[in-house]
Design a protein. Structure first.
Length: 369
């Protein structure tokens, strides 16, 4: 399959009938199914697509462009709707390389606002959230930063030809990156670096958890009204990760557990001694687990990251690993009928059995939407 020159197709689309807004809010089953088939193709070479038979062909979108591989073997594909001025950006998820899985292992948190030195000539300044305590997974963030370097100019090129609506999508690791890409682009709009009338709609699929509770609050505020979804198969383990550690430092400022030491001091003897001991026994395991999390999945993994990016400057990590489910979740319930239908494939695919796009396709088609 040959791609169409990017700018040529954009100019062709400029002559399509003008519509004030193509995308509508709310989960659209057909939109997600189309994005799922496209996400599946993002994991294979373009010249191999004709041999893919386990998933249907995209019906409404035409392939235009594939980016070069960057960062942790990441790339993105660009598709356009056949009848509407609508673009679709698909972020590829994990592939079977050590470098690709390095992004998943690099699971320390960094602030959702700041700057990071990715290369000697690439200082990435960013804002993904308003809340000062918002934080995100660093590996997927680095991937997003590299990908955005080529995505943002393409958005501008399409906008100049009249394409103002874009679906952002990714399956698995691609979904986690898509969360951060959505937040990044929304804040570029707020900063006046992207036109305010561009409409983004996000379909994350089988995505792991991208950040902490404060990032989730901010993301859900930015996309309120049905503009972002994460579709999850209940039998799939990937949406459960990264594993989460909640400590007393992860609470909001007004939560009594953050100031419990002050409260304990006010208690009379010997109650204050007993409460202090109980507090230590409850809080210390979590704090120790968080430190180990940061040590092994932050500091130690960053050594392997610097081999991939020699000029990468390791950022300061947030002393938190409180990962939470983010955004509006569309639940695909893996019932007994589903389990029986695919039971013969369980041994063949192992831990990835329930994570495959084919399983998501099967369950989505059964949604009463």
């Amino acid at each position: 399959m040959k791609s169409i020159p990017f700018l040529s197709l954009c100019f062709l689309l400029a002559y399509l009938p003008v519509q004030s807004q193509v995308l509508k809010n709310g989960f659209d089953k057909s939109e997600y199914l189309e994005s799922l088939t496209i996400n599946h193709r993002a994991h294979f070479p373009v010249d191999k697509w004709d041999s893919l038979t386990s998933m249907p062909q995209p019906q409404n979108f035409r392939f235009v462009y594939r980016s070069p591989e960057v960062a942790f073997d990441n790339l993105w594909d660009f598709w356009v709707h056949r009848q509407k001025p609508l673009g679709l950006i698909a972020i590829r998820g994990s592939v079977a390389t050590q470098v690709s899985f390095l992004a998943n292992l690099y699971a320390a948190m960094i602030p959702a606002t700041g700057e990071i030195q990715l290369d000697h000539d690439f200082l990435f300044r960013y804002q993904l959230a308003e809340h000062p305590q918002a934080a995100v997974q660093v590996g997927w963030f680095v991937a997003m930063a590299y990908l955005s370097k080529s995505i943002v100019p393409k958005l501008d090129s399409c906008y100049q030809t009249g394409i103002k609506d874009f679906i952002l999508t990714g399956h698995s690791q691609g979904g986690a990156i898509t969360y951060m890409l959505t937040a990044h682009l929304k804040h570029l709009q707020k900063a006046g670096q992207l036109p305010p009338d561009i409409q983004f709609k996000t379909y994350c699929s089988a995505s792991p958890k991208p950040g902490n509770l404060f990032f989730a609050y901010d993301f859900e505020t930015q996309t309120v009204g049905g503009w972002a979804f994460n579709v999850i198969n209940t039998a799939d383990w990937v949406p459960d990760v990264p594993f989460s550690v909640q400590t007393v430092n992860d609470f909001t400022e007004v939560n009594p557990f953050r100031n419990v030491k002050t409260i304990i001091k006010r208690q009379k003897f010997p109650a204050n001694i007993a409460l202090k001991r109980a507090y230590r026994q409850l809080s210390k395991p979590g704090l120790k687990a968080q430190k180990n999390y940061e040590k092994y999945l932050g500091v130690m993994v960053s050594k392997a990251v610097r081999k991939q990016f020699p000029n990468y400057v390791t950022p300061d990590y947030v002393q938190s690993n409180y990962y939470v489910r983010t955004g509006t979740t569309i639940v695909l319930y893996a019932d007994e009928v589903y389990q029986k239908h695919f039971e013969k494939e369980a041994e063949k695919y192992g831990i990835w059995h329930h994570h495959q796009p084919e399983k998501y396709l099967y369950l989505t088609e059964k949604l009463p939407l």
